[in-house]
Design a protein around this ligand. Sequence first.
Ligand SMILES: Cc1ncc(COP(=O)(O)O)c(C=O)c1O
Length: 401
Amino acid sequence: MLNAAARLGISSASLIDQHPAKSAVSTRQDAYIRENDFAEPTVVFDLDMLRAKYDALVAGLGDASVHYAVKANPAPEIVAALRDRGARFDCASKGEIDLCLGQGVPASEIAFGNTIKRASDIAYAHAVGVEQFAVDAESELRKIAAHAPGARVIVRMLVESSDADWPLTRKFGCAPREALRLMDLGRYLGLDVAGISFHPGSQMREPRMWASALDGALALWTEAKANGHDLRILNIGGGFPAFYGLPLPATEDYAAEVMRMVRSRFGADVTVMAEPGRGLVAEAGVIVAEVLLVSKKDQDDLQRWVYLDIGKFSGLAETMDEAIRYQFETRHGDSCETGPCILAGPSCDSADVLYEKRPVQLPLDLTDGDKVRILCTGAYTTSYSSVGFNGFPPLRSVFVG
Ligand SMILES: Cc1ncc(COP(=O)(O)O)c(C=O)c1O
């Protein structure tokens, strides 16, 4: 079961764990890219890389249950591959629930993890058999009590500060005092207040970054138990990192260390669930894009502007504030002479600039028509791609493996 990496034609060590300078492209992806023409930006996604990643994460997480955060990449092929591997699913909407049900996932294996839900979607989820709902506000709790009576609720705690590259602070979760109040109210409303959740922020590069969120969760857990709540489930959210160029521990070691930190605080009896998105799917995708234009605003400028056929609105939204720094490969290889480039997307929106504060080094003889591979782009790309902005089609995916 654990040798999916070997079947990829790359050793599991080279998957990421040895900190290569660049994220791996599998032989299957490489062959597909060489053998095909690409008229539009395309994610080439290797399902075998996904399986290998899932296996490594599960090996590290031990007895925790893994709920794939569907929002990271809602492709049916990915849901089906993870279903076959034994994964469960974290859904943000009715659409994602339908996607999972359509792939034969039992409703009992789906958690409705969004804290902002339409009442009719709560009723729908309850009617089809979804049992677990996230909550961080009184109105939401009352909606759940009305439309999913008796349901299992998990109260989401606010993580005030995060070392993550893509923090999720303040929009989600509530303060500990409010969480305790919601638990009391939930019990009064006849709901099964079963646990707490948090999301430490996405792309947490080191396990030690989880410590403060776990400490906060433990303090809340302890107080809730003292208030008579029968808490059983700790949901540690996503946050598992992908390789964008900075060193990471091996996936299994990282997950095992997070679990060691959880168990040392919460003991062996607590049911732990994790909701990895990025950490599962990012590395299995590579985008094939094209250079549309290379220009200078003035011939004396040191930096070139490179315009790709993909930008912020067509899949690379996570370049916002240059938070996620993708890596690029060109036909020129890594040994050619390079120079700094401001990278931009193709739309007529001036916000569609990917990297300007920290320019990207690209070959000096890069020219329009060149293909560019954008590495580690299996997460939050297709799902962030706009539909028809400036007339560009949504980001296309193909699957190998
Ligand atoms: C509730 C919830 N769980 C899990 C995830 C997945 O996070 P990540 O991609 O960091 O693994 C998200 C991402 O926004 C989320 O909102």
